[in-house]
Design a protein around this ligand. Structure first.
Ligand SMILES: [Zn+2]
Length: 137
């Protein structure tokens, strides 16, 4: 008797390649990318066990991830660490605004899926976001 269940969970819908998207994989992270004018719409899939400073830092070469991330965490739990010690837990479903200069870790056994909107290196300027993590005085 088979114990296999119909694969109806949201992970099965959110993770396979998206038809028509440009697909990129780096450091265990996959991105399915659509262009929208000057912007991109991306579905970014971070596997369980992912940590930016382990997976991508050796490839990117900066001390921290210097991208801004704006979008919607559709699945999973991610923890953002800023260099001043601030630690932000993002637990799906949740809107996401992450400032440049951070580490990021997938918490738990669940794949994290982020729907991201960006303007590549111009994201901060085009969205008028702070240049880095900061506090109101
Ligand atoms: Zn802080």
């Amino acid at each position: 008797m088979s114990t296999e269940q119909p694969n109806t969970n949201s992970e099965a819908r959110l993770i396979p390649p998206i038809g028509g998207a440009v697909r990129r994989e780096v450091g265990g992270v996959s991105e399915d990318i659509f262009s929208a004018g000057d912007a991109h719409i991306k579905r970014v899939v971070y596997p369980a066990g992912y940590k930016w400073s382990t997976n991508l830092k050796p490839i990117v070469g900066t001390e921290l991830c210097m991208h801004a991330h704006v979008g919607f965490l559709a699945e999973g739990h991610m923890r953002i660490d800023y260099p001043d010690g601030c630690c932000i837990d993002l637990i799906a479903p949740q809107a996401v605004i992450i400032h440049p200069g951070h580490d990021a870790t997938v918490i738990g056994d669940e794949t994290a899926v982020l729907i991201q909107f960006d303007f590549d290196k111009e994201t901060v300027a085009r969205l008028n976001l702070p240049l880095e993590h900061e506090h109101a005085q």
